[in-house]
Design a protein around this ligand. Structure first.
Ligand code: IPE
Ligand code: IPE
Ligand code: MG
Length: 243
């Protein structure tokens, strides 16, 4: 595998989050089982991770499985857990070659033990990656994380930074994560579905009707391009942004 050379980039410090939605509908529209959509979704994820690395994005958080997704039919949940494990086994080497640090965020106590050990191996193997920090959210709920972090504070008044550290801890994040800059959601829905609620305070949103298995590098770069055209004011006035 060729080592990806990362050029200095305007996206360097950027945190992009993606709600990878639409696998099931993509499969159904082709008369395929939903699990075929999830397998196709993994191929898209691989392409977009490579595109993000080439574009020099700093952090990419992919929403792979929400805490509410446990409510899906057992065979689909089982197939997803097996697919996560297989993908991690297959992709870790590619991550090392491309300088990608891979971490999994979310609860860990409900994951199958075989997946858990694969996660730990993948994280250890890729820990030295410096080009891109790839975070994959599995059994993740932003609301539950916020509740847990607030409970851990035990009634103390915290700064945002201190709260961010607690939030990282409850999600098994190696360090507190930067605010989200750009949130992409494929699949046509325009909602957050319990993803990165705290981190999205000033995120720019990009929604596309394209189903995740059909999302392309070109579209991803288009979303980054559109982000660059947005004027982020963070509560200030345009003159302050320009200076
Ligand atoms: C997203 O695709 C992947 C997961 C939630 C695991 P969906 O499975 O939600 O696909 P749709 O939204 O039903 O098409
Ligand atoms: C959000 O998609 C979760 C992931 C993409 C992993 P869902 O398909 O679960 O969200 P809703 O049910 O449409 O809100
Ligand atoms: Mg969905």
């Amino acid at each position: 595998m060729k080592r990806t050379t990362v050029v200095p980039s305007a996206y360097r410090g950027m945190h992009v989050g993606i709600i990878m939605d639409g696998n099931g509908r993509w499969a159904a529209s082709r008369g395929l089982p939903r699990t075929a959509g999830h397998r196709a979704g993994v191929r898209t994820a691989r392409k977009i991770v490579e595109a993000a690395t080439r574009a020099g994005v700093g952090t990419l958080t992919l929403y792979a499985f929400s805490a509410d997704n446990w409510s899906r039919p057992t065979p689909e949940v089982g197939a997803l857990m097996r697919l996560f494990r297989r993908s991690l086994l297959g992709e870790s080497k590619r991550c090392v070659d491309n300088g990608v640090r891979l971490t999994i965020v979310g609860r860990r106590d409900r994951l199958p033990s075989s997946l858990l050990s694969t996660i730990q191996e993948a994280e250890a193997m890729t820990a030295h990656g410096r080009n891109l920090h790839l975070r994959v959210a599995i059994d993740y709920s932003a609301r539950e994380s916020i509740l847990q972090a607030a409970s851990a504070a035990g009634g103390e008044t915290l700064t945002r930074e201190q709260f961010g550290r607690l939030l990282a801890q409850v999600n098994h994040d190696p360090f507190p994560i930067a605010d989200l800059d750009l949130l992409v959601r494929t699949g046509g829905e325009q909602r957050l579905s319990d993803f990165l609620l705290w981190e999205s305070a000033y995120a720019e949103f990009y929604f596309t009707p394209r189903m995740w298995p059909e999302f392309t590098e070109e579209q991803f770069l288009g979303a980054l391009g559109e982000f660059e055209l947005r004027e982020r004011r963070f509560g200030g006035v345009p003159e302050q942004v320009a200076s």
